[in-house]
Ligand binder design. Structure first.
Ligand code: F0G
Length: 422
């Protein structure tokens, strides 16, 4: 049933609704790109999520909580194509770090918090490695609904913690990892009247579908060969499969791209599951520098499996060193991202080298969070790590004299000329 990239796909009639777990969307109709106008002055102009309302759950407009999310850029960068081992112009970056709280989570959060708002929720809660908590804190504050977030104590970036505190959520630091925190919260919502905003809530992936829909719209509905993304709790991998199968079923695209999910080697239970032919799944104790995806027992593992199977996708894993080198490349290109986001590029580079992805493939890598999300990781890589990384860019300290400053300018000029000669 799975199509190779480039081949037509027949999903069959019995899969017309809820192909990937979540909310049933009416797919017994044909949609054209004109279904998603960006009419000036409307919510659809402001929000790159609600623009795709025909493929989202219906929520009364006066209940929608939006911070003008989405509308993120798609960059094509030849340096990154070369780094990936792809032919020039074949690597695009869909930069979700341009969302209002700096990560893709805002797309899911506008839908979940709007739903919570429409259903009169009195408290909204999530467990998080940092980005979901920052996003929930912002959207809940916008809606005027109290938010509680559970985070693994000492295991998320300071920037994300700061963001969450600043937006006013109640932050509960749990003595355990993300998996423990999510389990605790899921138990809590069974008995307490608390709205759960993690991606096990089907409204979250609904919003995250719009990463793919907006990307396709930016490509004039021409399908790339591959969409690559980092995988942690696997809500996004789930959302991508749902978006693609729905876009296919309503006639917006003629085929499905391959979805490639990239995990960190130390947090790769989905990769191991894939390697077993999706026969044997086992959670792991997660450890990686990319704290956003430091997850050992992803909540959406089965729904994400469907995405990989339906798109004939691949799951791979990359080391922390590969992640940080790819991140340095993305940063150096002027784009910038947090460590987890760079897994997309690192994974493609690995698969091209292994011959599993053709150098001629057109690939879009989703960059999930911005460079300021984890400044500690930047400082370690560029300033303190020994031995020095090849791309390390150390700040220079000088006395406050014009001479010292001129020396720096000349030294840099000489270095550049030397590099040109080599
Ligand atoms: N990239 C970033 C920057 C993330 O924050 C996350 C997940 C992922 C990738 C992975 O996405 O979980 O859908 O597979 N962050 C969650 C959080 C877990 O709590 O912020 P996924």
């Amino acid at each position: 049933m799975a199509a190779r990239a480039g081949e037509a796909t027949d999903l069959g009639n019995n899969e017309r609704h809820q192909v990937i777990g979540g909310i049933a969307i009416d797919l017994d109709r044909t949609l054209t790109p004109e279904a998603f106008p960006r009419t000036p002055g409307t919510l659809a102009e402001r929000s790159g999520v609600w623009r795709f309302a025909p493929l989202l759950p219906a929520i009364p407009e006066d209940k929608i909580v939006s911070r003008w999310e989405g509308n993120t850029p798609l960059y094509w960068d030849d340096r990154l194509s070369a780094y990936a081992g792809l032919t020039g112009g074949r690597f695009g970056v869909k930069h979700e770090g341009h969302n209002p709280t700096g990560s893709f989570k805002d797309r899911g959060m506008t839908v979940a918090v709007s739903h919570a708002n429409a259903t009169g929720a009195s408290v909204i809660a999530c467990a998080s490695t940092g980005n979901t908590s920052a996003s929930l804190a912002s959207y809940a504050a916008t809606a005027g609904i109290p938010a509680i977030v559970l985070i693994p104590e000492g295991k998320i970036s300071v920037g994300k913690l700061a963001q969450t505190i600043a937006y006013g959520a109640t932050v509960v630091q749990v003595d355990g990892d993300f998996d423990v925190a999510l389990k605790l919260l899921r138990e809590l919502v069974e008995t307490e009247n608390v709205y759960l905003a993690n991606s096990v809530n089907p409204y979250r992936p609904e919003g995250q579908k719009t990463i793919v829909l907006e990307l396709l719209a930016q490509l004039d509905w021409q399908v790339p060969d591959i969409i690559a993304l980092p995988g942690g709790n696997l809500g996004n991998t789930t959302a991508f499969g749902k978006a693609l199968t729905e876009a296919f079923q309503v006639g917006l695209i003629p085929r499905l791209p391959q979805v490639i999910t990239v995990q960190a080697e130390g947090a790769a239970p989905f990769y191991r599951y894939f390697q077993s032919g999706f026969d044997h799944y086992e959670p792991v104790q997660a450890e990686t520098i990319a704290t956003a995806i430091k997850i050992g027992n992803p909540a959406s593992v089965e729904r994400a499996r469907e995405t990989i199977q339906i798109t004939n996708g691949i799951v791979t894993a990359v080391s922390d060193a590969e992640i940080m080198d790819a991140k340095a490349q993305i940063d150096r290109a002027g784009i910038g991202c947090e460590p987890a986001s760079a897994a997309s590029l690192a994974g493609i580079r690995k698969l091209v080298a292994a011959g599993e992805v053709s150098p001629d493939a057109t690939v879009v890598g989703v960059v999930t969070g911005n460079v300021l999300k984890d400044t500690d990781a930047v400082a370690r890589y560029h300033i303190t790590d020994e031995p020095r990384h090849p791309l390390a860019n150390r700040p220079i300290s000088v006395p406050a004299t014009l001479d010292a400053l001129k020396r720096v300018i000349h030294e840099r000029k000489e270095e550049r000329e030397k590099r040109k000669e080599e």
